[in-house]
Design a protein around this ligand. Structure first.
Ligand SMILES: Cc1cc2nc3c(=O)[nH]c(=O)nc-3n(C[C@H](O)[C@H](O)[C@H](O)COP(=O)(O)OP(=O)(O)OC[C@H]3O[C@@H](n4cnc5c(N)ncnc54)[C@H](O)[C@@H]3O)c2cc1C
Length: 483
């Protein structure tokens, strides 16, 4: 069985090689894997700087834009404006969107290397990091990644069904994703209704009994990983008071003159809110029914079962931590022998995303969680590049990803222009890929097909005044695309 498959594969490769000489030269053929910000920005650079290049963007899902669609919080619609520029790129006659095609499943890296001069891997970081601590498999301990997917319509997350009949949620982690989920849990439902949050999430959130969200982090306020915009939104959130532990701020005010410029305003906001909140906030908080409670210097060591429902999480056990060395914004942290238990009925792990090798031929560094590369050139694979979160690790916002992708674009441009990458050999590109996909019975979704899905989603959103109602089932997307 295996052998016949190998023979078939081999025949196909031979066939491809012969085909690649019969296709007339039409400039560098580049394929980009993943249609998130990294994929689109690298495409923009290639199209701009290499006038005869063609770029095919392969995407696992029938819909484009990666975490701009499935990550960015629904109540931050302005962040999604990048979609306008990505759409223009996708409509460029030299760019082709090839949706519903997954590297590692529908196409192998070897296939793509045969068909294209350059293969650019920008497929993101879509797995979860876990703590690996006792009790982590209890019910109602979820990854923030899937919770975000649930309210943002990520296919596969629509049935997550988080139990929101609980009083307290522990969010473990203090980055911006942690703040996004805290805000979605605590915001008045009327403030979410007009955005593209999924209907199933809206319904569940409107019946939520959650009163407190604890935002637990290992380090102190000086090292907080979230940014000022998100922190300010929490402090000002309607019907919600922010409750800090005053002891967490010991020495912070005195250290203020040494805080680096970009973080100064954030640390000032946290210190002021904790120690001398403005009068109007204090007044508003008196009536608040919900609370947002950042807790610093705590590291989860176990999840404990609920007393009434033992299969479910009932509390999180935290080690009290302390910081090493002199006070600074980058101090490392260690656990002490002191512990604290905090009750919670739902725990959301928000400690980051993780990349993986989508194809066995991709050299992957599991320790750093990235594809092995130097300046975006994938180790040991000439003509294969990587960028965005799969190349840098899952850090930073879209602007950082954009910078990285433009840098990668310059590397590819240089390699093509100086002949490091020989684009004079003829390569068939999508012409041949289409045959492979057709043989496998894969329904390819074009950008025009996506526009049909897009317009259907927008129509479905109209009755409830939302910009769109996202379709969450791939089969339904494919039906619309195919009609
Ligand atoms: C919850 C969350 C909220 C965020 N909010 C903000 C924000 O408000 N503002 C901001 O500036 N930044 C925000 N970011 C950061 C921003 O989303 C990232 O910087 C950016 O999306 C990374 O881009 P990328 O292209 O590397 O990865 P992604 O955006 O993840 O894109 C990767 C694409 O590859 C596709 N793919 C995966 N596997 C395959 C495969 N095998 N074959 C083909 N395609 C594949 C995926 O479906 C996806 O479309 C947020 C991130 C998260 C996680």
């Amino acid at each position: 069985m295996k052998r016949s498959f190998a023979l078939k594969n081999c025949a196909r490769h031979i066939n491809l090689r012969s085909l690649s000489t019969s296709v007339p030269r039409h400039g560098p053929q580049v394929c980009v894997i993943g249609s998130g910000p990294a994929g689109f920005y690298v495409t923009q650079h290639i199209i701009k700087t290499l006038p005869d290049a063609k770029v095919d963007i392969y995407e696992k899902l029938p819909v484009p834009f990666g975490l701009v669609r499935f990550g960015v919080a629904p109540d931050h619609p302005e962040v999604k404006n990048v979609i306008n520029s990505f759409t223009k790129t996708a409509q460029n006659p030299r760019v082709r969107f090839v949706g519903n095609v997954s590297l590692g499943k529908d196409m192998s890296l070897k296939d793509l290397q045969e068909l294209y001069h350059a293969v650019v891997l920008t497929y993101g970081a879509a797995q979860d990091k876990t703590f690996g601590i006792p009790g982590e498999d209890l019910e109602n301990i979820l990854s923030a990644r899937r919770f975000v997917g649930w309210y943002n319509g990520q296919p596969g997350d629509e049935k997550l069904n988080p139990d929101l009949s609980v009083d307290t949620v522990a969010v473990l982690g203090q980055g911006n994703v942690a703040l996004d989920v805290a805000r979605v849990l605590l915001a008045p439902i009327d403030q979410l209704k007009s955005f593209d949050i999924t209907q199933h999430a809206l319904e569940a959130l409107s019946e939520s009994r959650v009163k407190r969200v604890l935002l637990i982090g290992r380090r102190g306020p000086l090292q907080a990983a979230f940014t000022i915009k998100e922190a300010r939104e929490m402090v000002k959130l309607e019907n919600c008071k922010t409750v800090f532990r005053l002891e967490d701020f010991k020495g912070v005010k005195e250290f203020m003159p040494n805080v680096s410029r970009p973080r100064k305003r954030l640390i000032e906001l946290l210190t002021q809110t904790a120690m001398e909140p403005k009068l109007e906030l204090v007044e508003a908080w008196k009536k608040a029914e919900r609370s947002f409670e950042p807790i610093f210097y705590r590291n989860p060591v176990a999840f404990l079962p609920s007393v009434s429902t033992p299969g479910k999480v009932g509390a999180v056990k935290l080690a009290v931590t302390k910081l090493n060395g002199e006070m600074s914004e980058t101090q490392s942290v260690i656990n002490t022998n002191e512990f604290e238990e905090l009750k919670c009925g739902l725990a959301l792990r928000s400690i980051g995303y993780k990349a993986f090798a989508a194809d066995p031929d991709i050299p992957f560094d599991p320790k750093q969680g990235i594809i092995k590369n130097s300046q975006g050139r994938v180790e040991g694979l000439p003509g294969v590049y990587c960028g965005g979160w799969v190349g840098t690790g899952p850090v930073g916002v879209i602007v950082n990803t954009m910078g990285n992708a433009f840098e990668l674009g310059r590397v590819i441009e240089g390699d093509i222009k100086d002949g490091t990458l020989n684009s004079n050999i003829r390569k068939p590109g999508f012409e041949e890929a289409a045959k492979i996909l057709d043989n496998k019975g894969v329904q390819v979704v074009s950008f025009k097909d996506w526009e049909k899905i897009d317009s259907e989603e927008q129509n479905r959103g109209k009755p409830s005044g939302k910009p769109r109602e996202k379709i969450t089932k791939v089969s339904e997307m494919l039906n619309i695309a195919g009609n």
